[in-house]
Design a protein around this ligand. Structure first.
Ligand SMILES: Nc1ncnc2c1ncn2[C@@H]1O[C@H](COP(=O)(O)OP(=O)(O)OP(=O)(O)O)[C@@H](O)[C@H]1O
Length: 246
């Protein structure tokens, strides 16, 4: 079942057109990652999907009644503000304590309910944001650079958590990331964006696509291999070494 259809989408800020003719479909239950250099329009695309930015052309169609959970890039909470995890989670959602506990469990941090937000580690904080996005049982989670500020093992652990969330809840996931090598392992499909869709496909296909390599170089090919054991596809390393030798 199709959750989101983006057709011929263009987004402009004044005379500056940042997205041109973008077509994209997100199906139920899939994990899709959008990669692209700074300023390539990734956030603008997410904002157009949630209706926060108006397209200058084309359209976004959501499945009727689609429930979206949003995990922001970063959220600043005044460290002097005493607020518990439970209170934070219930600020914007009218939910029971039981629902909070369930969501924290799904996000991999079952024991944080009574902790202070200001005392959480970066990874715990992002998982609380994830739990908050899960409370209303969304059909799809949107994550905008959700691992910013985490180190590489922390990011990898967060993305494994995302895969686990998908397994447990069946929700689709659309995420933006710079950390191509880490995030790709968790993705069914990768869309490489640079004002338009440059290329798209399985992580291995995108990593070896000339358009992707032109934008990001060949460095991530080897790092992707670190995660190969989690996939049933093959990655053509002969090409990497050939290019490295050139
Ligand atoms: N509200 C706005 N008004 C004017 N220009 C904007 C606005 N939001 C974004 N832009 C411009 O649109 C372009 C795309 O920005 P966007 O944030 O969508 O890219 P991004 O791929 O998410 O970038 P990054 O990886 O740096 O977060 C940039 O050149 C940015 O300066």
């Amino acid at each position: 079942m199709t959750l989101i259809t983006v057709e011929n989408l263009s987004v402009s800020y004044g005379a500056n057109t940042v997205l041109r003719h973008v077509d994209m479909v997100i199906e139920a239950g899939e994990i899709v990652t959008i990669v692209g250099p700074n300023g390539s329009g990734k956030t603008s695309l997410l904002r157009a999907i949630i209706g926060a930015t108006k397209p200058s052309a084309g359209q976004v169609t959501l499945k009727p009644g689609l429930k979206i959970g949003y995990v922001p890039q970063k959220l600043h909470i005044d460290p002097t503000l005493p607020i518990s995890v439970e209170r934070f989670m219930r600020l914007t959602n009218r939910v029971s304590r039981k629902n909070c506990v369930e969501a924290l469990k799904t996000a991999g941090v079952p024991d944080l309910l009574t902790r202070q937000m200001s005392q959480l580690s970066g990874g715990q904080f992002q998982r609380v944001l994830l739990a908050r996005a899960l409370i209303n049982r969304p059909d799809i989670l949107l994550l905008d650079e959700a691992t910013q500020g985490l180190d590489q093992p922390g990011s990898a652990a967060f993305y494994h958590q995302i895969e686990d969330v998908r397994r447990k809840t069946g929700c689709a996931i659309l995420m933006i990331s710079h950390e191509l090598h880490v995030v790709m392992s968790a993705s069914d499909r990768v869309i490489c964006l640079n004002g338009h869709v440059c290329c798209e496909g399985s992580p291995a296909v995108v990593a070896s696509a000339p358009e992707y390599r032109a934008l990001f170089g060949t460095g991530t090919g080897g790092a992707l291999a670190l995660y190969r054991h989690e996939h049933d596809h093959e990655h053509d390393h002969s090409k990497d070494s050939r290019e490295a030798a050139e």
